[in-house]
Design a protein around this ligand. Structure first.
Ligand code: HEC
Length: 153
């Protein structure tokens, strides 16, 4: 009997998660990304290219991109906000009131790119939530896996 209840509970929580991360929300999140974020953030940059960018920047050059790739940001933010709801809250707040104090990027990122502008101020709560869920769900590396694939030094 206990097992049956446990099974039902698992099923229920999966369904409610599916509702929050439904295809609709994720594809809306992607279109928000394209219109509000992609002018600065690439989706991802292949390891070889990222390595070259890093080497050039370490020698004092300007990076050819305006902000870290979303794949890297997703992995980095998950290290500090591993569950989806706290991740979504963090991202919605950060893009509305960004500051290095609350940010979780590597110190180098602020040095190279500066703090991002408060682009979330011109967005609805629904748009912010959708783009944050897309950022959480579309990428699957942990920070450790990301660093292994894209060594920083
Ligand atoms: C004008 C360029 C620009 C735009 C547009 C932009 N960003 Fe950023 N973003 C940056 C830069 C630069 C950083 C790295 C410095 C920092 O974290 O503030 C960054 C960092 C971030 C971070 C990491 C925060 C941390 O912990 O430091 C998140 C999350 C993020 N951006 C999400 C978004 C989302 C979502 C959008 C679109 C709604 C967006 N950004 C649009 C420039 C931009």
């Amino acid at each position: 009997m206990k097992g049956v209840f446990a099974g039902a509970f698992v099923l229920l929580s999966v369904l409610s998660l599916e509702a929050r991360g439904s295809e609709d929300v994720i594809s809306k999140g992607y279109s928000v990304f394209e219109s509000k974020c992609a002018s600065c953030h690439p989706v991802s940059v292949p390891p070889e290219k990222l390595k070259k960018i890093r080497e050039a920047v370490e020698k004092g050059g300007k990076p050819p991109i305006k902000a870290p790739p979303m794949e890297e940001i997703s992995a980095r933010v998950k290290k500090f906000y591993p569950d989806e709801e706290s991740f979504v809250r963090f991202v919605s707040d950060y893009i509305t009131n960004p500051s290095q104090d609350k940010g979780v990027c590597m110190p180098m990122a602020y040095k190279v790119f500066g703090v991002m502008p408060p682009v979330g101020r011109g967005m609805s709560e629904e748009e912010k939530e959708a783009v944050a869920r897309w950022l959480y769900r579309n990428f699957h590396y942990t920070w450790e896996e990301f660093i292994e694939k894209h060594p920083h030094h």
